[in-house]
Design a protein around this ligand. Structure first.
Ligand SMILES: Nc1nc2c(ncn2[C@@H]2O[C@H](COP(=O)(O)OP(=O)(O)OP(=O)(O)O)[C@@H](O)[C@H]2O)c(=O)[nH]1
Ligand SMILES: [Mg+2]
Length: 572
């Protein structure tokens, strides 16, 4: 009969218990090892303590940027850099050109994929209602009249270059209308599938699909070089071991006429999940500037033979292949973006490119010119997703009053769901003076890129609750940026109603002032209810890409944080 093994509450007990058949020599060895480990642990504790004390003496202020992905954390960090280390910011502007080039290619990809993708429904929910209520109150997009008016004539058809475009029937994923020689494309999301009358109308009404002229295919072919520069740019920006980030486009569909394995503008892939990221820190910038100094070919490590070697040049002084390709494709890119039919399809499918991060298509003339140098605003508008957590030190070039002699450290984190595990963020919660939490309130009618079943505003509210109630952060002052107010304003003005998504909003005015006040009230209430004990709380409505308004807000935050920091230091 086997004896029951005594159990312990401590799961480590069993692992740490010495083996039952330990010899005296083994025991001596083990004890020596344990003693050594204890010494190391004590030394680490002592150095952490010493560092903390040194920080207090040196007046180091730590700011933590939190918020969901695309909320504007890295943009806020760039605003701090622009304001307080302007020389470094200016010197780095050229490095952002590669990011902007990639953003432009991505926008083109979004357009082409939208033109040819089937209709997708995105679930929406109200962030302030209970799950039960939410399930019942799933918002519907506004219903279109059952008859969709014909699309305006397209520029393609008037452009000589397109008259002899590729004929269809090459298996490219389009339906060809055999009578007109034009391609059928799904009409988009404007119709409401849950409305019986609309559904019926679209079944019986052949005009519920729209027609795109076949020369689009020729245009797509001419834009293929953009895919090449996309790979160049990815190679330039992403370290070789970051495989995930290079999966921008899978191999083309089997019926594609492009060589297998070569990326193509596919018809089915979901562009929303395809985003290039960097780990924060100067890594990618370092790689770019090194490449600029060294010239192109020599800067590619020999261990990366498959990576394009012309990816190195980024300075204005040397030719830059991506910029040249963009320059050569600029007319076609402009034609695509300015085409009435394309705009109409984007509108019907509710793809508002202007609201997507990294939007530069309204500046094509300027940003595709051969000697393009990004402006401050361009750098703030550029989109490069963050993965990981990193601390930036600021030796303020521009210091003000009581701030002089203080070192600032700003922690930027990746905000997507996979990045938010406590294990990733928590180690940075220690010794923080203030948190700037970014809630992009324009996202009330959007879903998360990483989980399309979750409303963005709802996600922000939940994350805010978690931050407010986190015990590790109980003594940290909170600064809330209700961000992307410019986009929110445009949305509300275009007629999108908050009340459709946030039922509790009722029949209040649908304007920026009322909406931002309402949401601010909701976030403040959560702060009051969930904070373990009272603390300082400030809220601002922001558009952190806007330099003029953000400068004032950042100056106030800086002042408040430093005041609080000094007060705390005196108490210690
Ligand atoms: N129009 C507008 N765009 C903004 C605003 N704030 C940020 N953006 C843009 O939104 C995009 C995303 O901003 P980021 O700062 O990269 O977002 P993030 O929170 O760092 O996102 P992750 O790194 O994924 O966690 C960028 O292209 C910004 O330029 C804003 O207030 N208005
Ligand atoms: Mg970021």
């Amino acid at each position: 009969m086997t004896m029951p093994v005594p159990t312990s509450d401590d799961p480590l007990d069993e692992v740490l218990r010495p083996p039952p058949d330990e010899t005296p020599e083994q025991r001596e060895l083990r004890l020596a090892r344990e003693e050594e480990a204890a010494k190391i642990s004590q030394a680490i504790d002592a150095s952490i303590k010493a560092e903390k004390q040194a920080r207090k003496k040196k007046r180091i202020v730590r700011l933590l940027l939190l918020g969901q992905s695309e909320s504007g954390k890295s943009t806020t960090l760039r605003q701090f850099q622009r304001l307080y280390t302007p020389t470094a910011f200016r010197e780095e502007r050229i490095l952002w050109r590669a990011v902007i080039q990639l953003n432009i290619v991505r926008s083109i990809r979004v357009i082409l994929e939208t033109l040819t993708s089937p209709t997708q429904k995105s679930p929406k929910s109200s962030p302030f209602s209970s799950p039960r209520l939410r399930a019942r109150s799933t918002s519907r997009p506004p219903a279109l009249p059952s008859h969709i008016p014909p699309l305006p004539p397209s520029d393609y058809s008037h452009h000589n270059g397109y008259q002899n475009g590729h004929s269809n029937g090459n298996g490219n994923g389009y339906n060809e209308d055999s009578h007109s020689g034009r391609m059928r494309v799904d009409a988009g999301e404007d119709s409401d599938p849950e409305s019986d009358s609309d559904a019926q109308a679209s079944r019986s009404n052949p005009s519920s699909t729209t027609l795109i002229p076949s020369p689009l295919e020729a245009l797509k072919t001419r834009l293929q070089p953009l895919l090449h520069i996309e790979s160049l740019l990815i190679a330039k920006l992403v370290p070789p071991n970051e495989d995930e980030a290079t999966h921008l486009a899978g191999p083309g569909p089997s019926h594609s006429r492009y060589p297998p394995g070569q990326p193509v503008f596919t018809t089915a892939s979901s562009f929303r999940n395809q985003e290039i990221f960097v780990r924060p820190g100067a890594g990618w910038k370092g790689a770019l500037s090194k490449a600029r100094v060294n010239g192109s070919e020599s800067s590619s490590p020999p261990s990366e033979p498959s990576r394009p070697t012309s990816a190195g040049n980024t300075g204005l002084e040397t030719p830059d292949e991506p910029q040249e390709v963009l320059y050569q494709c600029r007319k076609d890119i402009m034609m695509l973006w300015n085409d009435d039919v394309v705009r109409e399809i984007l509108r019907r499918k509710k793809v508002r490119l202007e609201e997507l991060p990294g939007f530069f298509l309204n500046d094509l003339e300027r940003v595709t010119s051969l000697r393009y140098m990004p402006t401050d605003d361009d750098v703030l508008k550029a989109r490069l997703k963050t993965v990981g957590v990193s601390e930036y030190k600021f030796e303020m070039e521009v210091s003000a009053g009581r701030d002089s002699g203080t070192e600032w450290r700003i922690v930027d984190v990746g905000g997507s769901r996979s990045q938010r595990r406590t294990s990733t963020w928590a180690p940075f919660f220690d010794d923080v003076d203030a948190i700037i939490f970014l809630a992009p309130i324009s996202g009330f009618d959007q879903v998360l890129a990483e989980d399309r079943s979750v409303n963005r505003l709802e996600d922000s509210v939940l994350l805010w609750k978690a931050v407010c109630s986190n015990k590790l952060l109980a003594n940290v002052d909170l600064v809330l940026f209700l961000n992307k107010c410019d986009i929110l304003d445009a949305k509300l003005k275009s007629g999108i109603k908050l009340a459709r998504y946030v039922k509790s909003y009722g029949d209040r005015e649908n304007d920026l002032d009322s909406v931002s006040k309402y949401l601010r009230g909701k976030f403040s209430a959560i702060h009051r209810e969930y904070s373990p004990h009272p603390r300082k709380f400030y809220a601002f409505c922001t558009s952190v890409t806007d330099t003029a308004t953000t400068a004032g807000i950042i100056a106030s935050v800086r002042d408040m944080v430093i005041r609080q920091h000094l007060k705390q230091s005196k108490l210690l």
